[in-house]
Design a protein around this ligand. Structure first.
Ligand code: ZN
Length: 264
């Protein structure tokens, strides 16, 4: 090639042929493409005539776009199925009750509480042969039946404390120990933290339902398709029948002038 001088085609267009095809696929016009390439539209047209690679890239992109729309239209015209997936947060009923503050503590929680206090009364430190459930806030004062409000103590302490405020009662006992009161408070904090953390664990989304749904064939898409693909057989008029569906007339005698027939 004489001189081998490089034009803007080689710098502005050739390295971007793939991109140009993609733009065409995305629906950009040739004028818009020229602007994106930094070229005058007239120059772009000249290149399109001169370089088959450019016209091929444009054609390729436009064809992809056409096929995509065609496929989509065809799918709508024919109807299709899809799976509707429902996901829900599954919360076990025990958890619901706990957070609603209405359920008794579970056996597991109770066993944990006894272990936490070393199998001893949380007040007098006597070894528990029979652990009784003491409500930190007495039930008669609105205390709950949850792990947060229940600690293990001996029967004697339990009967003695009754509905008296915990600290008020405990500090008046001969076996009162500040470190044991702290341990009770620590226990309540621990249970609170554990429950707060477990909310995340039980709140996970789980698939609860998969329903196969059907999208009915779309009559407008059908008509559009047929009128454009088979203009010889499908006339530009639809009759709506009384059942609500759209019917399309097939015209067999294509010899006549269809546009003039049946006009009011
Ligand atoms: Zn006791």
């Amino acid at each position: 090639m004489a001189g081998g001088r490089k034009t803007k085609y080689h710098t502005h267009v050739e390295p971007k042929l793939l991109l140009i095809a993609a733009w065409a696929r995305d629906g950009f016009t040739e004028e818009q493409t020229a602007i994106k390439l930094g070229l005058a539209y007239s120059t772009f047209r000249t290149y399109k005539d001169k370089y088959p690679a450019l016209s091929a890239a444009l054609k390729r992109g436009q064809e992809v776009a056409d096929v995509m729309v065609e496929n989509s239209l065809f799918k709508r015209a024919m109807g299709y199925q899809f799976e509707e997936v429902t996901k829900e947060r599954i919360i076990d009923s025990g958890q619901v009750k706990r957070h609603g503050g209405q359920s008794e503590l579970t056996d597991k929680e109770w066993q944990f509480a006894i272990r936490y206090f070393g199998g001893k009364c949380c007040y007098c430190n006597e070894r528990l042969t029979e652990a009784t459930k003491d409500h930190i806030v007495p039930l008669v004062k609105g205390g709950e039946l949850t792990a947060l409000n229940i600690i293990p103590c001996c029967r004697r302490c339990n009967s003695s404390k009754k509905a008296i405020d915990l600290e008020q009662w405990y500090k008046n006992q001969p076996f009162y120990k500040e470190h044991r009161l702290n341990k009770i408070n620590d226990y309540v904090m621990l249970v609170k933290d554990t429950q707060a953390n477990s909310v995340g664990d039980i709140g996970e989304l789980t698939i609860t339902k998969v329903v196969t749904k059907e999208v009915q064939p779309d009559v407008v898409a059908q008509i559009f398709w047929l009128k454009n693909r088979r203009p010889d057989r499908w006339r530009d008029r639809q009759d709506i029948n009384h059942s609500g569906g759209l019917g399309v007339q097939i015209i067999d005698d294509i010899g006549g002038d269809l546009d003039d027939s049946d006009k009011d």
